[in-house]
Design a binder for this molecule. Structure first.
Ligand code: GDP
Ligand code: MN
Length: 399
C-alpha cells in the first residue's frame, strides 16, 4: 500500500527525520493561505500523487508569491499528472503540499528496501541524489552504497556511521545522518513498510540534513495491525478495477491488453499471460482467484473481469489442486446465466474433478469454448477474439 509524500514526511518526522515545514491544501486559495501561514518568501508547491518523477512532469514548482501559488495550483488541481511511474493514464491531483523552500548544497539518494535474496532490510544510498535510482545505477553504479541490516541486532550506530562516511558526509553532520538512518530504519520495521525512499535527502545551505521528498510503501498484509497507517489509503490514486477487486478479496492487476484472464495461483497467471502473448494476444489483466474458490467467488471474479470495457475475450485457466474444477465451472455458468456477456469465453480446466467440471460446462448449453492444454486455450482465446472483432467490424460496416 502506497501513501502520499506529506503523509510519509509526517511519519518520518515522528521518527526523528528532519523535514521542511509544510501544510496540505485542497484548493488553490487554501494553498496560498497555507503559504502565508508558513511565512517566508519562497515555497515549493508539490502535487500529491502516488508516483515519483513529479518534478520532470510539472508536479513540483517553486513559487515566490501568493499570486504565483494561485496560478500554479489552479493548473495542478484536477489535472492527471503523467510521470514515468504513473502509466499513460496518469494520476489525479486532488491534494497539494506547500512547503517552505529549502536552499541546499548537495542531494543524496537514500532507500530502504526488502532484499529478498538475503531476506534482510537493505539500505541503498548514493551521493548522486536527485536522479532516479534506475538512472544512478545505469550512469554511476560506482556511487551506490549498499548495506544489509542484521535483524537480530538492528541497525547499529557504527553501521550508520560507515554509510555516512561512504557517502562523504562532512564529519560535523555524521550524527545527523546517523539519526536520519536510524529514524528511517525504525519507521520501516515498526510500521511493516516494504520501502522507504528519500530522494533527495539534502545537505542544506545552513548545514542540516533534511528530507526534501519521501516515499513509503507498506505491506498490505500487515495493515490490520496498523490501523493508523491503513486509514491513509487513498483510493483516488488506485486503479478503480484493482480497488474493487481488493475490496472483494481478489488479487487483481489491471493491464492494457484485451484478453481477460481468470486463473488460480500467481505462477499460473504469469504462465497464462506469457502464453497469451505467444499466441499473439495481449492480456487485459492478471486475476488470481486463489485456492479453494467457491462458485460465488468465481462468479464475482468473472463479473469483475467482464466489467472492464477493454476486455474483448475471456480466458479461464484453472489447474485445480486445492480448487475444484466443478466449482469453477459452476461459477462461470452462474456468472454467464446472471449476466450474459457479448465476448467469447474460453475455459481450460485440469486437475481435481475435471470430468465433472467439463460436464457442467457442456450441459449448460452456453457458448463456452473449451480447451485441453494451456497453449490450445490461449490460441483459441486469441482466434475467438480476432474473429469476434472481424465480425463486429463487419456489422458496423453494414450499419
Ligand atoms: P519527484 O520528482 O516526484 O521525485 O519530486 P521531488 O520532491 O523529489 O522534487 C523534485 C526535485 O525538485 C527535487 O529533486 C529537488 O531538486 C527539487 N526540490 C524539491 N524541493 C525543493 C526545495 O525545497 N528547494 C529546492 N531548491 N528544490 C527543491
Ligand atoms: Mn524525489
Amino acid at each position: 500500500m502506497d501513501i502520499h509524500e506529506y503523509q510519509a514526511k509526517d511519519i518520518l518526522k515522528s521518527f526523528g527525520v528532519a523535514v521542511p515545514d509544510g501544510a496540505l491544501a485542497y484548493s488553490p486559495e487554501q494553498a496560498a493561505y497555507r503559504a502565508r501561514e508558513l511565512g517566508g518568501d519562497r515555497w515549493v508547491v508539490k502535487a500529491q500523487v502516488h508516483a515519483g518523477g513529479r518534478g520532470k512532469a510539472g508536479g513540483v514548482k517553486l513559487c515566490s508569491s501568493d499570486h504565483e501559488i494561485l496560478d500554479v495550483t489552479s493548473d495542478m488541481f484536477g489535472m492527471k499528472l503523467v510521470t514515468h511511474q504513473t502509466g499513460p493514464a496518469g494520476k489525479g491531483v486532488y491534494r497539494v503540499y506547500v512547503e517552505a523552500a529549502t536552499a541546499f548544497e548537495r542531494e543524496i539518494y537514500l532507500g530502504f528496501v526488502l532484499d529478498r535474496t538475503t531476506q534482510r532490510v537493505m539500505i541503498v544510498a548514493s551521493g548522486e541524489g536527485g536522479m532516479e535510482i534506475e538512472d544512478i545505477s545505469a550512469t554511476r553504479p560506482d556511487s551506490i552504497v549498499r548495506s544489509t541490516v542484521e535483524p537480530a541486532v538492528g541497525l547499529r550506530d557504527f553501521q550508520a556511521r560507515e554509510i555516512a562516511f561512504a557517502l562523504g558526509i562532512p564529519a560535523a553532520l555524521t550524527q545527523q545522518m546517523v539519526r536520519t538512518l536510524q529514524g528511517c530504519y525504525r519507521a520501516f520495521t515498526e510500521l511493516d513498510a516494504t520501502m522507504v525512499e528519500i530522494n533527495p535527502l539534502v545537505i542544506t545551505s545552513d548545514s542540516r540534513i533534511m528530507a526534501l521528498d519521501a516515499k513509503m510503501t507498506f505491506d498490505g498484509n500487515a495493515m490490520f495491525r496498523h490501523p493508523q497507517i491503513a486509514e491513509l489509503r487513498d483510493k483516488s490514486q488506485e486503479d478503480p478495477r484493482e480497488s474493487r477487486a481488493a475490496d472483494r478479496g481478489l488479487s487483481y492487476i489491471g493491464l492494457t491488453g484485451n484478453i481477460g484472464c481468470i486463473v488460480n495461483g500467481a505462477g499460473l497467471a504469469m504462465a497464462t499471460m506469457d502464453t497469451i502473448k505467444l499466441a499473439g494476444g495481449e492480456p487485459a489483466n492478471f486475476l488470481d482467484i486463489g485456492g479453494g474458490a467457491t462458485p460465488e467467488r468465481v462468479a464475482k471474479a468473472f463479473k469483475l473481469v467482464t466489467s472492464d470495457k477493454n476486455v474483448q475475450a475471456v480466458l479461464v485457466n484453472i489447474f485445480a489442486g486445492i480448487n475444484r474444477c466443478d466449482w469453477v465451472a459452476e461459477g462461470v455458468v452462474q456468472a454467464l446465466r446472471a449476466e450474459p456477456v457479448d465476448v467469447p469465453v474460453v475455459v481450460r480446466l485440469a486437475g481435481t474433478n475435471v470430468e465433472e467440471g467439463l460436464k457442467i460446462l457442456a450441459k449448460s448449453g452456453l457458448p463456452i469454448i473449451r480447451a485441453t492444454t494451456l497453449m490450445e486455450a490461449a490460441q483459441r482465446a486469441v482466434t475467438a477474439w480476432k474473429n469476434d472483432m472481424a465480425q463486429n467490424t463487419k456489422v458496423r460496416a453494414v450499419k
